[in-house]
Design a protein around this ligand. Structure first.
Ligand code: XMP
Length: 319
């Protein structure tokens, strides 16, 4: 039975003892785990921490700005912002298989991150937001118990190639404890209670080949959906919610004209463990408002559908 402020102080002391005067690198993604690690390490070792934020061009709307605002501007954390959009888009050109896309995005991430890490020759540590369930999951997969249906974003080889020691200050915490720690460290509620976002990002929410134009449309549609969920107090009642870009065109009418544009699917689920999930029974009025806004505000989308598939048999993501 412990309380979080005490735990935070102990964790800070532990990091200081472990790291001493050495420098640490952290890949900051905008997700809960790496954000909490950044806040904790900044509190513990200040200037000895350098974060690397890689924009792969597949992030949510204004993600880079928000990360830079929260960490660099407000907290004074050293953050290197790498815009690698063109590199990722270039390698994804012509690729439509979901697993192939995941592999490319994972590989390019490692490459970009490694190049940045090499610019910091004094760094001795690589910090990661590994939490207790990740520890169990990877132990399971070594014994062959857990099998991966979708390969997850994996940066497993990084510490070895970079010759860095691994720093995993959240290793003994469950997700709800990580969130509590984040709040204790002063991170904003919206950041700490954010829905999970997959490593490959919009890359697996644009079905088939990823194109810049599709990513731009999807980002805007997704932001409208999330805005309206928050405004209607539904965000915290869903475990994950997002828009999916369907590269099919359908016919519509607007004013006197006929349109022939793309479709966006909305997905919102309720789940405890993400292994099974129910589609969220969002109010029709909310769905209607989201649909109207997307179609009116995002030129290029003329139809919105709602995904009412459970997991199983459907997965949460569409790829
Ligand atoms: P599925 O689609 O398998 O998703 O029902 C279950 C949870 O896992 C997330 N997910 C991923 N996360 N890399 C990630 O980091 C991935 O490749 C990936 N694929 C799915 C998904 O968002 C959901 O929370």
């Amino acid at each position: 039975d412990w309380n979080m402020p005490d735990y935070a102080n102990e964790a800070i002391e532990k990091v200081r003892a472990q790291v001493g005067q050495e420098e640490v690198i952290l890949g900051l993604s905008g997700g809960v785990d790496s954000s909490v690690v950044a806040a904790l390490l900044h509190r513990a070792i200040g200037e000895q921490l350098t974060c690397v934020f890689v924009d792969n061009g597949l992030l949510r709307l204004n993600e880079a700005e928000q990360v830079m605002l929260t960490f660099a501007r407000n907290l004074g954390v050293k953050v290197i912002h790498v815009d690698a959009t063109e590199q990722f888009m270039g390698h994804l050109k012509g690729v439509s298989d979901p697993e192939a896309k995941r592999k490319i995005i994972g590989r390019e991430f490692v490459e970009v991150f490694q190049a940045e890490a090499q610019k910091l020759p004094n760094a001795k540590w690589l910090a990661q937001g590994t939490i207790y369930p990740d520890v169990i999951e990877s132990a399971g997969s070594k014994t062959g118990k857990a099998h991966t249906i979708k390969s997850h974003h994996n940066v497993g080889g990084l510490p070895e190639t970079l010759n860095l020691k691994l720093l995993e200050p959240l290793r003994e915490l469950f997700k709800d404890e990580v969130r509590e720690l984040g709040i204790t460290l002063g991170l904003p509620h919206e950041m700490v209670y954010r829905h999970p976002f997959p490593g490959p990002g919009l890359g697996v929410r644009i079905l088939g080949e990823v194109k810049q134009e599709f990513a731009d449309l999807l980002r805007r549609a997704d932001a409208i959906f999330i805005d309206e969920l928050r405004a209607a107090d539904w965000y915290d009642k869903t475990s994950q919610a997002f828009a999916v870009f369907l590269p099919v065109k359908s016919v519509g009418v607007m004013g006197d004209g006929r349109t022939y544009e793309y479709v966006v699917a909305l997905r919102a689920v309720e789940t405890q463990d993400f292994m099974t999930a129910h589609w969220a029974e969002l109010p029709h009025s909310l769905l209607g408002k989201v649909s109207n806004r997307i179609i009116n505000e995002v030129r290029g989308i003329n139809r919105v559908v709602y995904d009412i598939s459970g997991k199983p048999p459907a997965t949460i993501e569409w790829e």
